[in-house]
Design a protein around this ligand. Structure first.
Ligand SMILES: C[S@@+](CC[C@H](N)C(=O)[O-])C[C@H]1O[C@@H](n2cnc3c(N)ncnc32)[C@H](O)[C@@H]1O
Length: 247
């Protein structure tokens, strides 16, 4: 999958994209990331990429011309890629959205700065608009990194053997069960006995039940969005009784 990132701050990406899973995915040629400096597409002597907002007020707005030239140049090379804006006004980045994006041939991700980008860029080029959440970042770069990371994990072959995004939180619609590693006792807290039993079926059931317990406690809204099995319903009843002190 091809990622093209349009930014005024290309230097911000060198660390996050040169480590761990993203680096491995690049090395395996499962993804390819290109950074484009929007300023390179400004035609005036000072390479101006921003200007004061019409109507007055604080801050600056990213100018339409360099952005349009940058998007068009990248799109000419990647005609099948989807132009994605980063914006606090976009649709929230969720597992479902990341799965959708992972099906695309490529993403051209536009990082805004200052007060944002000239609205005409949205009108002319935006095919999607993604937000990290209801808060305002200083720029779209961190959002672009999150989009690349969340999407890349879902591309077949990216995660190593034994790893799977299906078992992560949201993969099956629930939060993941708690995880433990050695030592078996830490500061007086013991690892649940079932996990040490070696009995795969008992461990599977424990994990499913704890996954349901966590989801019920922290994100009960998710339980309304998935189809629960008979086993899930039975486990949820048990959890409700346990939490009420009944078991
Ligand atoms: C300071 S923000 C501009 C916010 C804009 N004035 C507003 O109130 O909607 C500058 C840039 O950061 C990025 N950004 C800020 N918050 C974001 C969020 N929650 N999700 C994704 N991108 C965000 C966008 O690219 C945005 O154009």
């Amino acid at each position: 999958m091809k990622f093209d990132i349009l930014t005024l701050f290309t230097g911000m990406f060198s660390g996050p994209f040169d480590e761990s899973i993203i680096k491995r995915a690049k090395d395996k040629q499962l993804i390819d990331i290109s950074l484009h400096n929007i300023r390179d597409y400004a035609t005036d002597r000072h390479q101006t990429a921003d200007d004061a907002p019409y109507g007055g007020g604080a801050g600056m707005v990213m100018k339409a011309e360099p952005l349009a030239a940058c998007i068009e140049s990248v799109k000419a090379r990647q005609p099948n890629s989807t132009v994605v804006l980063t914006s606090p006004q976009g649709r929230p980045l969720t597992h479902r959205v990341a799965s959708e994006l992972a099906q695309k041939d490529g993403l051209i991700i536009v990082c805004g700065r200052y007060e944002g980008i000239d609205e005409r860029i949205r009108t002319l080029y935006a095919e999607d608009d993604i937000s990290l959440g209801d808060f305002v970042l200083s720029g779209g770069e961190i959002a672009a990194m999150a989009i690349v990371d969340a999407t890349t994990r879902l591309i077949p072959g990216v995660l190593g053997s034994g790893e799977s995004a299906d078992f992560d939180s949201f993969g099956d619609g629930l939060l993941e069960h708690p995880q433990y590693t050695r030592p078996p006792v830490f500061m007086g807290l013991e690892v649940p006995e079932t996990l040490l039993s070696g009995n795969h079926e008992l461990i599977r059931r424990w994990r499913r039940k704890e996954s349901l317990r966590k989801t019920r406690l922290l994100r009960p809204d998710l339980l309304c969005e998935i189809e629960l099995s008979k086993e899930d319903i039975r486990m949820l009843k048990e959890i409700a009784m346990e939490d009420a002190g009944g078991l």
